[in-house]
Write a protein that binds this ligand. Structure first.
Ligand code: PAF
Length: 280
């Protein structure tokens, strides 16, 4: 496994593969790798000739009151895990390498970025779209792998790829969960053991919302069911609990598939999760 830290070194590492017409699979990450990331790397390993992972904590996607400085960083462990999952090339640039002085071009994310996470974290998705567009240009992958866990991010990236004609296939892999249902997230590292217990409320609420819909409840009823589950848990503050259209993240019109989405603050840690529902 090669570790490269500059765009030039990345280009040099990929040149022989491009010449050999190898398919390139790419997993963009901010490090603090967990089973969710490893499932993306394994999927890329199965489907592509070369697997590239980026590890870059992207300052553009953090708001002024968010946890950029405190974001978990564990490069040595990440490299070990990435190698175990079959990675060929790790691209781990510095902030100066990604955004040299004078850099000011930004991608404005599509309208799907506006509600929910977009309201809670203004500018976040523009920062995500900008870094992912730049990484796509640097790596030029055939396939790029993202987790369903960050469903609105996936919709933003799919819209960007479509709108800007970026020649990459976006592959979405299922959310990886702990045995008690908690979705794997680098932010779970912030939870105390008591908060970790409480955090399962997101999954419990999604399951309750899903059960309500399966029994024929209206979407608003399912939303209320999810809210009630979250509000019954101490130390957890609800952000939103909605049934949305998974491509627009606006209300579902009842004919398109429904995605249940939820955000809540557990102690000082904001967590998100979602559950696709096949039938309205
Ligand atoms: O999902 C993430 O870890 C980040 O948003 C991403 C896609 C690596 C962009 O920084």
């Amino acid at each position: 496994m090669k570790v490269v830290r500059t765009e030039g070194a990345l280009r040099d590492a990929l040149t022989p593969h491009r010449r050999a017409d190898h398919s390139i699979g790419f997993v963009p990450t901010m490090g603090a790798l967990h089973e969710g990331h490893l499932s993306l790397l394994r999927a890329a390993r199965l489907e592509c000739d070369v697997v590239v992972v980026s590890i870059f904590v992207n300052p553009l996607q953090f708001g002024p009151r968010e946890d950029l400085a405190a974001y978990p960083r564990s490069e040595e462990r990440d490299l070990h895990l990435a190698e175990g999952a079959g990675t060929d090339i790790v691209f781990a640039p510095t902030t100066e390498e990604m955004y040299p002085a004078g850099t000011s071009t930004m991608v404005t994310a599509a309208d799907v970025a506006l509600p929910l996470e977009g309201e809670a974290r203004p500018g976040h998705f523009d920062g995500v779209a900008t870094v992912v567009a730049k990484l796509f240009n640097q790596v030029q992958p055939h396939k790029a792998y993202f987790g369903q866990k960050d469903a609105q991010q996936v919709a933003v990236i799919q819209a960007m790829v479509r709108d800007l004609s970026i020649p990459v296939e976006v592959v979405v892999c299922p959310t990886v969960r702990e045995p008690d249902g908690l979705a794997m997230s680098s932010r779970n590292a912030y939870l105390s053991s008591e908060e970790r217990e409480r955090a399962t409320v997101l999954w419990r609420a999604l399951e309750a919302g899903h059960a309500a819909l399966s029994e024929g409840a209206a979407q608003e009823v399912a939303e209320k069911v999810m809210e009630d589950v979250v509000e019954s848990e101490t130390g957890v503050v609800l952000g939103y609990a909605r049934a949305v259209d998974p491509t627009t993240f606006g209300p579902s019109d009842g004919t398109s598939p429904i995605l249940l989405v939820i955000a809540a603050r557990v102690g000082s840690t904001r967590l998100i999760d979602n559950l696709p529902v096949s039938e309205a």
